[in-house]
Design a binder for this molecule. Structure first.
Ligand SMILES: [Zn+2]
Length: 264
């Protein structure tokens, strides 16, 4: 009468043992990364890396749309609305273009579409840097020197120059391309931190998270899923910056002295 449960328990134990024995061999069959690419070639991700690249940016498309709508809902004037629209659009497009590129790269490894989307993906980095600065340069009172007041438009000029360079020398001088991203990210910073404002700390922390992420951006073929880890650093840095923009530039209750918000 009691033999059945005991037999059942033994069978369960044997099944569990089988699963435990198969797990390490399954782990070993996964191809985690390929060899590093040469200086003028693009790295070819493994299947797992392709999937990780798609997921790590794809899941943020819907939250970034929601985040943009939140900024628009909290806008109390045209300057806030316009800044929120520009910044939000660059955030949404960053994740959309990246996800499209990684999906197409996964399915169509060497096609023209993959090539075109790769260029768009890289161009979006410049556009996103300019877009991330835009609310700060538009809604914050800036020091009254000509550099600071021109910076709002200068970041877009830099983005255009960066995109032109990147289109002409696509995948040719990869280290130089990364240096261009870093220079563009840092360039406006000294001009806007000359005065005290809420969000300065978050702006610095976000910048540091991006800088740490760049280490992984350059590590394809050295550690598994390096590009997906870079994606996660982008998400973390963007989240820190968004938090600061939402809290300090789009407070739920409008600031009593919000006159500067209209000086765009
Ligand atoms: Zn990517």
């Amino acid at each position: 009468m009691f033999a059945k449960p005991k037999k059942y328990a033994t069978e369960r134990h044997t099944q569990l043992q089988k699963v435990k024995n198969t797990l390490p061999s399954f782990y070993e069959t996964i191809h985690w990364m390929n060899q590093r690419a040469s200086a003028k070639e693009a790295y070819r991700p493994t299947e797992v890396e392709h999937i990780a690249n798609v997921i790590t940016h794809g899941i943020w498309i819907a939250p970034s749309i929601w985040a943009t709508l939140e900024l628009l809902c909290r806008s109390h004037n045209a300057a806030q609305f316009f800044s929120g629209l520009v910044y939000g659009a660059t955030l949404v497009f960053l994740f959309c273009v990246s996800t499209c590129f990684h999906c197409v790269f996964y399915r169509n490894k060497q096609g023209h579409l993959k090539d075109a989307l790769h260029r768009c993906d890289r161009a979006m980095i410049y556009i996103f840097i300019a877009g991330s600065y835009f609310p700060w340069l538009t809604l914050q009172p800036l020091p009254s020197n000509c550099w600071a007041s021109s910076m709002k438009w200068l970041v877009w000029l830099l983005a255009v120059l960066g995109i032109i360079y990147q289109q002409v020398f696509h995948e040719k001088y990869k280290m130089l391309e990364t240096i261009c991203y870093v220079i563009m990210s840092i360039f406006p910073f000294p001009f806007i931190i000359q005065h005290d404002f809420h969000g300065k700390t978050e702006l610095k922390i976000g910048g540091m998270v991006y800088a740490l992420g760049v280490i992984f951006f350059k590590m394809d073929g050295s550690i598994p899923c390096a590009h997906a880890i870079w994606h996660l650093f982008v998400v973390m840095a963007a989240a820190v910056h968004y938090y600061a923009i939402l809290n300090y530039l789009y407070p739920e209750i409008p600031l009593l002295d919000s006159s500067y918000l209209t000086n765009s």
